[in-house]
Design a protein around this ligand. Structure first.
Ligand code: PLP
Length: 379
């Protein structure tokens, strides 16, 4: 038997609870409604799939340039410029990566020395703390305010001499919150004054039901801003594994060293698929977002009068549910919801201690399934 231990940094992390719950829901009885999914229920658009098939048939199957095929880098920069008016240079200010999650891993690997701190605002995506810890960093987590509002006003006090970065997700998984322009301006000013990086994970930027402002619009902080985004959510392409980072040439050159020595490049056919997604008709993104919005409305309306408080999301395809009128020990316990109501959800605790009384519901399901879920939750 091997006695040598695994690296101590592994002891702080565990399997993402959303994945564990999704597995459990899949093996549960067929009556159970699975609301754990963190991925669109839509198919990847046909022209995107065809582009990948074409690339395979044309033998575009080898390694690509590590930073990504030039056409995709151009398309991604054009997308951000069209959406948010901010130009990035396709030659040295963008990196195509195998998914936004991998991109975050690279950033932390490139930025953090042991003990460096990263400020995160609850509720925050459950992988952030683990990704920071896996790279020797210390997450400094700030409690959510009323109605799960991220506590921007607490950020300054949390910044120390060890703070390397502030990491936000906008719109937020799991609450669907969208930061206001003023809140983003405040974060930008703090990052500038305290000389730290500001990392903005905008993977749900297109799934917004109200005005969304990208931190890319704040050109003054360009040197310290790192945008994380990808194709998974907006284009229903989770399994294709294509994401991208936008940042200064210096940041991209450092982060790309980690990428070159780990993945080499994102999968070639997936990059051609992503190119078709970014340059093809964008109405499909709007259509999917309209569907999520109508499900959101259905859920918010349907849950009125239920023994739970739903925090209405302004974006994403998630909503947080506060289980307030049941025995206290069950608050935020997805097992209770599963046993009593036949709904599989994800516990709130992994998204932050301050949201442990909540569970996350995903509405990546057809409206008739959602109606059934609402019926179960209100009866
Ligand atoms: N960032 C957030 C906030 C997410 O919720 C997810 C996936 O759930 C990701 C990043 C990962 O995206 P990708 O599929 O591009 O790795």
């Amino acid at each position: 038997m091997i006695k040598k231990p695994f690296a101590s940094r592994l002891s702080a992390v565990s399997e993402p609870e959303s994945m564990a719950m999704a597995k459990m829901a899949m093996s549960a009885s067929s009556d159970v409604i699975n609301m754990t999914w963190g991925q669109p229920d839509f198919d990847t658009p046909a022209h995107v799939k065809e582009a990948a098939i074409r690339s395979i048939m044309d033998r575009k199957i080898g390694y690509t340039v590590s930073s990504g095929i030039p056409e995709l880098r151009e398309a991604v920069c054009a997308l951000y410029e069209n959406l948010y008016g901010t130009p990035y240079s396709p030659s040295d200010e963008v990196l195509i990566v195998p998914g936004a999650k991998q991109g975050l891993m690279y950033i932390m690997q490139a930025l953090l020395d042991p003990g460096d701190e990263v400020v995160v605002l609850e509720p925050c995506w459950l992988s952030y703390k683990d990704i920071i810890q896996l790279n020797g960093g210390v997450p400094v987590s700030l409690s959510a305010g009323e109605n799960l509002k991220p506590s921007v006003e607490l950020v300054e006090a949390a910044i120390s001499s060890k703070t390397k970065a502030i990491l936000i997700n906008n719109p937020i998984n799991p609450s669907g919150y969208i930061y206001s322009y003023e809140e983003l301006a405040q974060l930008a000013e703090l990052a500038e004054r305290h000389d730290c990086y500001l990392i903005s994970d905008e993977i749900y930027d297109r799934i917004a039901f109200t005005q969304f402002v990208s931190l890319a619009e704040f050109s003054d902080i360009r040197e310290r801003l790192i945008i994380v985004n990808g194709f998974s959510k907006s284009y229903a392409m989770t399994g294709w594994r294509v994401g991208y980072l936008l940042a200064s040439a210096e940041v991209i050159s450092r982060v790309s060293l980690v990428h070159q020595h780990s993945a080499t490049c994102a999968s070639a056919p997936s990059q051609f698929a992503a190119l078709a997604a970014a340059t093809g008709p964008q109405d499909i993104v709007k259509e999917m977002t309209r569907a999520y919005q109508s499900r959101r409305d259905l859920l918010v309306e349907g849950m009125k009068g239920a023994p739970f408080d739903l925090v209405a999301p302004a974006g994403t395809f998630y909503a947080m549910l506060r289980i307030s009128k049941i025995p206290e020990e069950f608050c935020g316990n997805s097992e209770y919801l599963l046993k009593e109501y036949g709904i599989a959800s994800v516990n709130g605790a992994p998204y932050g201690d301050s949201v442990s009384e909540y569970v996350r519901l995903s509405f990546c399901c057809e409206e008739d399934v959602l109606n059934k879920a609402i019926k179960k939750l209100t009866s």
